[in-house]
Design a protein around this ligand. Structure first.
Ligand code: RIB
Ligand code: CA
Length: 329
């Protein structure tokens, strides 16, 4: 009896997405049914190529499905998001050169493996419909593919065990003064998912920043002497350098690895240390707060509660889980 948790990753790879993919594939507790790419950190061609590069490096027999090339509607109105322009991406000067959180291509050999023919949203619908056990979705980029799947067949909610989302912010934001990137990039998709009736756990920046990893953690990952440990260390060191230059971390020697925390939470929820059942909605108004996750913390929220929100997490436990998963290869 295979009692591994069946998961589908949805990624906009991306440096932290790459760590999440490695953790999910290496963790013995998970069965990765497929990995879907989506536009977000980078255009769909880049996020897809980067996803393939990570899977290829792992030598993993995990299918990759190409997903949506942009948000559902957010980019149709040229004036939208001018009200609260996101901080200009994305380069910042560090040590005499321009750097960015997500390089166009991961520093891995170009992919020779290919994506499957089926579009990502259709893979999600088909796989969830056919699975004999409930499937867990792990979206760590904009929620476009997940929303499309739920619109194609809303009944798949009945065979979804949990949707664990990296996205949103309660008191921590990164893209505008009110929004986190994954949600800001496709607010309507996020609202569709939040209203779907699925069992949702949201990991906003409040949790992922609380679980920030340090240069010491990077040193420990390198010390594993494995390709996954070394690559994770390279990505973490890069993120720490850029976050320090952007002044986006609480200290100069740490950085969040947002997406990998979702994978660890899918394996051991105790890595999240303050989880509250709330009503959350997304502002799709196109104004200053476009893409904000409005967390109703009142004892009597206006509308029914719809997701469990993690407001804190344990960096030591997070680091120890990654060290375990990257210790083998
Ligand atoms: O805001 C952080 C999120 O945006 C992460 O998923 C990162 O990869 C980017 O997609
Ligand atoms: Ca991501």
């Amino acid at each position: 009896m295979d009692n591994r948790r069946k998961v589908i990753l949805d990624v906009d790879t991306g440096s932290d997405d790459a760590v999440a993919i490695m953790a999910a594939v290496c963790a013995p507790e998970l069965e990765v049914l497929g990995i879907c790419s989506v536009a977000g950190n980078l255009p769909i061609d880049n996020t897809t190529e980067n996803t393939l590069r990570v899977v290829q490096m792992l030598g993993a027999d995990v299918p990759v499905y190409r997903g949506a090339s942009g948000p559902l509607v957010a980019q149709l109105n040229p004036l939208r998001q001018d009200m609260a322009p996101r901080k200009k991406p994305v380069f910042v000067e560090s040590r005499g050169r321009m750097v960015r959180v997500h390089n166009e291509y991961l520093d891995l050999p170009a992919a020779t493996i290919k994506t499957q023919d089926l579009p990502a949203a259709m893979f999600i619908v088909d796989t969830v419909r056919k699975s004999k056990e409930k499937v867990t979705l792990l979206p760590v980029g904009p929620l476009t593919n997940i929303a499309l799947a739920l619109k194609l067949d809303p009944t798949i909610v009945n065979n979804i065990d949990e949707i664990i989302i990296m996205g949103g912010g309660h008191a921590v934001f990164n893209t505008t003064s009110a929004a986190e990137f994954n949600i800001w990039f496709d607010p309507e998709a996020a609202e569709i998912v939040l209203q779907s009736g699925a069992n949702i756990t949201l990991l906003p920046l409040d949790a992922t920043h609380a679980a920030s990893l340090s240069l010491d953690d990077a040193k420990a990952l390198r010390g594993l002497g494995t390709k996954t440990g070394t690559f994770a260390a390279e990505l973490l060191e890069h993120r720490i350098e850029v976050f320090s230059a952007m002044k986006q971390a609480l200290r100069d020697d740490i950085a969040p690895v947002h997406d990998a925390l979702v994978v660890c939470a899918a394996i051991d929820p105790s890595v999240l240390t303050d989880v509250r059942f709330m009503r959350v909605d997304v502002d799709c108004g196109g104004g200053y707060a476009d893409g904000q996750t409005l967390c109703d913390t009142r004892a009597l929220p206006t509308k029914p509660r719809n997701c469990h929100v993690a407001l804190d997490a344990d960096p030591q436990k997070f680091a120890s889980m990654l060290l375990k998963y990257f210790s083998k290869s």
